[in-house]
Design a protein around this ligand. Structure first.
Ligand code: NAD
Ligand code: MG
Length: 370
């Protein structure tokens, strides 16, 4: 088992990564379970995660003499809504939750973001424990304290920074994840290498087959490496007020435009959009002579080998570059008339460029759409 500490003074917490953690959750999360005494413990679960993993978690808690109260969340982005937030907070209040209680979140980024935000505002803040069950959630969304629901004006626009008290990333959960979801998570894994560690990028490229085949040993070292990188970044820049945390948005500004254009749905998963966005960021960096075109194509080749999409021309989008650039204008990271873009100085070294004109981006996107 790997352990990563997120060092945030009074809000520090531990991330554990390894196969079988769900089966010993009663030990690992002892400090957050014990205060419940005879009361049953609230677990908010994605319906698929509950069906596939609920029994294991229940057996663990039961072995320590605790009962569980399940709250089921319908899978999908639609659950990050005001309506679901209201239903969930009402349920937690009805159960008499106190500020010193911890709510458990079992599922992917949707459940983690929803529960995290509910706990940020419930009685002005109660605790929560993340039990991430997708690769994306294990390497990214369960760590770092960004929580949110969606607004009609856009994704993740209503939210708060609220750190979990513990994260248990059980790699064995990923065995049942649909391959497409697994690959989408792998895009975020590649992102860590591309933004800050070229050697790790090469290692992920070499081991992408083992990762997708859910080799527990490879998953543990790979996920722990990503979480370690994220922990260092979050410790340095918890609220994204400096450039450090912004680097995690590599591929996300381009990707966001593609997600917006395709309606944030099944047509293009977030991780797939990030894969395309990273290729675009690399090619745009080459266009600005920051890296060579060969380096940019190396990025595309590695992602393609892992089965991720790399060409926006293949998406069959019915729009031009200007329309895509316009979506970027509405990205929540945009501000003050400029949009910071994360570009590459070399493979494994990203930086925040503040001098990118949207007209230039639109012309570049037109070329890429051909
Ligand atoms: P998700 O939570 O929608 O899960 C993807 C699918 O996998 C769902 O259908 C779910 O039912 C299913 N699933 C979950 N665990 C499973 C398992 N073990 N076996 C089989 N199926 C399983 O998607 P996601 O990719 O985990 O998360 C995406 C969300 O995360 C987005 O809403 C995004 O905004 C958010 N996000 C947040 C952060 C952050 O820092 N807070 C970072 C990145 C993404
Ligand atoms: Mg992302």
């Amino acid at each position: 088992m790997a352990v990563v500490d997120v060092a945030l003074a009074g809000r520090s917490y531990r991330v554990r990564v390894g196969a079988g953690l769900l089966d010993v959750a009663h030990c690992e999360a002892h400090a957050f379970i014990e205060p419940y005494g005879m009361r049953s413990i609230p677990i908010v679960a994605d319906a698929n995660a509950k069906r596939l993993l609920g029994e294991r978690l229940q057996a663990s808690f039961r072995s320590a003499g605790h009962a569980i109260d399940w709250y089921e969340v319908t899978p999908g982005e639609g659950s990050k809504s005001w309506a679901e937030l209201e239903r969930l907070t009402d349920w937690l209040l009805t159960r008499g939750i106190t500020r010193s209680d911890h709510v458990f979140a079992l599922g992917g980024g949707v459940v983690g973001d929803l529960v995290g935000f509910a706990c940020a505002i419930l009685k002005r803040g109660c605790g929560f424990v993340q039990l991430p069950t997708t690769l994306l959630a294990q390497v990214d969304s369960s760590v770092g304290g960004k929580t949110a629901i969606n607004a009609s004006a856009g994704k993740n626009l209503i939210g708060a920074f609220h750190q979990p008290s513990l994260v248990l990333a059980d790699t064995s959960c990923l065995a049942t994840l649909p391959p497409r979801e697994m690959r989408a998570g792998l895009a975020e894994v590649f992102k860590y290498g591309l933004l800050g560690d070229a050697e790790f990028f090469a290692r992920v490229d070499e081991s992408s087959e083992a990762i997708l085949a859910c080799d527990d040993g490879v998953l543990e070292t790979t996920i722990a490496h990503c979480v370690g990188m994220k922990a260092r970044i979050v410790a340095e820049d918890e609220r994204e007020t400096k450039d450090a945390r912004a680097l995690l948005n590599l591929g996300h500004t381009f990707g966001h435009a593609l997600e917006a254009e395709t309606g944030f749905g099944d047509r293009l998963l977030h991780g797939e959009a990030v894969a395309l966005g990273m290729v675009l960021a690399a090619r745009f960096s080459a266009r600005r002579d920051l890296i060579s075109l060969a380096d940019a194509e190396n990025v595309a080749d590695a992602l393609a080998r892992a089965g991720l999409p790399t060409e926006i021309s293949a998406l069959g989008l019915d729009c031009d570059g200007a329309a895509l650039a316009d979506h970027m204008r509405h990205d929540k990271k945009a501000g003050g008339g400029t949009i910071p873009f994360i570009l590459l100085r070399k493979l494994g070294e990203a930086y925040v460029a503040r001098d990118v004109s949207l007209a230039d981006v639109a012309a570049f996107m037109d070329e890429q759409l051909q």
